[in-house]
Design a protein around this ligand. Structure first.
Ligand SMILES: *Cc1c(COP(=O)(O)O)cnc(C)c1O
Length: 462
């Protein structure tokens, strides 16, 4: 399998290269050159298979023979053994035909574990094969950092440096990162805000000379392997509810669009999907684009669903590439205009998107109302991100005879603030994390200065 850029200018890469590379050199994102197909029989054959087996079958064509089957099966099995539920991503029935897909049974209690448990292992495999080492750098305000650290803590060939804004992430989120005491894990608390941390990571990718030739790898959701890993749970949950013999719909709490784009890929591979509902919080660029063709930036709003607080959805570019029928030039032009001014999609691509996507935006007051209402009706306590999905799924359900699967992207204990605001006493952490608040922490506080951060990375990498 070859991978091409959404902006049409960068060289095509192999799977191994695409996993080790972040953004394409033309500023675009890599996508597979062709979409592998899952036949009706292949889907039907997955009924009753383990999650790891379905994962192997769905991802195999993307790997394109670059890892032998036995080794890849082992990598997949190890990645999903870290989940605390035997189903890995269990379905939980909410009403006659509405289901929650619980994606939060991984080590850090949010769906990002599904992709990052695999990505860390894939990186380590390819680096070992090449006899190379690499450094991972990332900035986080929460979920991504801890999931990346958990995904890399056992990797011999990787050192990971995660920057978070000092005293500006929740205690649970900080401790999920800083209580991992592995030799290759470095937490840096920046005396500044998230944007300062992110700017330093970006600058480090732009000029990597401080690493003297060691490769710097990004694990944010522009990495193709993250999307690939997320395709699997769309297929697995649909098959569990009767696909390919019947259709399902999905509702996805969305921010950078990586998650719902993976669902779209499952659909393009042949999974029968009726519609995708995109749920957003008050940062509603995706909803404004689909509903009103208002593709423009707005100021960031801090909400009760902080992992969905974004101004721009980076992975939306991958969907635009498909909507514009893979015209990289048109995508590049649109996105260059979008950087500077409010813009709109052309008519034909927009109507293509509206054929399979609906959207709904949910404000903070509604998030609290939904947490209470869902509890009254189902006894479930939803996390605030999942709450946006629950409401969007109900409002944009469409044909009620089609099962609706809402993706539960985080465990409610991880976002206790919203749950308490909704009037509940809080949610206990699951057993494997009960002692989180007593665990030893390790992190280094640094000033928001690029030279200080780069010196720390250069000195401490192994
Ligand atoms: C990252 C995250 C999201 C948003 O996912 P995208 O792939 O960026 O659309 C939603 N909910 C939670 C809990 C997250 O951590």
């Amino acid at each position: 399998m070859r991978y091409i850029s959404t902006r049409g200018q960068a060289p095509a890469l192999s799977f191994e290269e695409v996993v080790l590379t972040g953004m394409a050199s033309d500023g675009g994102l890599y996508v597979p050159e062709t979409v592998p197909q899952l036949s009706y029989e292949e889907l039907a054959d997955m009924a009753g298979c383990s999650y790891a087996e379905i994962a192997f079958r769905v991802m195999k064509p993307y790997v394109g023979g670059e890892i032998d089957d036995e080794t890849f099966r082992g990598i997949v099995r190890d990645a999903y053994r870290t989940f605390s539920h035997d189903a890995v991503v269990p379905l939980n029935q909410l009403d006659a035909n509405h289901y929650l897909l619980e994606l939060f049974h991984g080590p850090t209690l949010a769906f990002k574990d599904v992709a990052l448990q695999l990505l860390g292992r894939l990186l380590d495999h390819f680096l070992a094969k090449r006899g190379e080492r690499a450094v991972i750098m990332g900035a986080t305000s929460g979920d991504t950092g801890s999931a990346a650290i958990e995904g890399c803590r056992h990797c011999d060939n990787l050192d990971i440096f995660i920057l978070h804004p000092h005293e500006r992430v929740s205690e649970v989120q900080r401790r999920q990162m800083t209580s991992v005491l592995a030799d290759n894990v470095f937490n840096i608390a920046i005396e500044g805000n998230f944007d300062d941390a992110q700017a330093m990571v970006k600058a480090s990718f732009a000029d990597q000379s401080f690493l003297n030739g060691t490769r710097l790898v990004a694990v944010n959701s522009i990495n193709w392997a993250r999307i690939m890993a997320q395709i699997v749970y769309y297929v697995a949950s649909a098959v569990a509810l009767g696909a390919p013999h019947r259709k399902v719909s999905f509702c996805v709490p969305s921010a950078n669009f990586g998650n719902v784009f993976a669902g779209y890929m499952a659909y393009r591979m042949g999974l029968p999907v009726e519609r995708f509902v995109i749920a957003t919080n008050a940062n509603d660029i995706l909803h404004r684009t689909l509903a009103d063709n208002d593709f423009s930036k707005r100021d960031l709003v801090a909400t009760l669903a902080p992992s969905m607080d974004i101004v721009v959805s980076s992975n939306f570019e991958r969907l635009l590439f498909e909507a514009y029928q893979r015209d990289g030039k048109a995508v590049a032009e649109l996105l260059e205009r979008f950087q500077d001014e409010p813009t709109a999609l052309a008519e034909a691509p927009l109507s293509r998107l509206r054929e399979c996507f609906a959207s709904h935006s949910v404000d903070d007051a509604t998030i609290l109302e939904v947490i209470r209402e869902a509890h009254q009706r189902t006894q479930e306590i939803l996390d605030p991100h999942t709450a946006t999905g629950y409401r969007a799924a109900e409002r944009e359900r469409g044909d009620e005879s089609v099962p609706m699967i809402t993706l539960a992207t985080a465990h409610p204990a991880k976002f206790a603030e919203a749950v308490v605001k909704a009037g509940f006493p809080g949610v206990p952490l699951p057993p494997h994390m009960e002692d989180l608040l007593e665990r030893e922490e390790r992190y280094t506080v640094l000033p928001a200065e690029l030279s200080a951060v780069q010196a720390f990375v250069a000195e401490n990498r192994r």
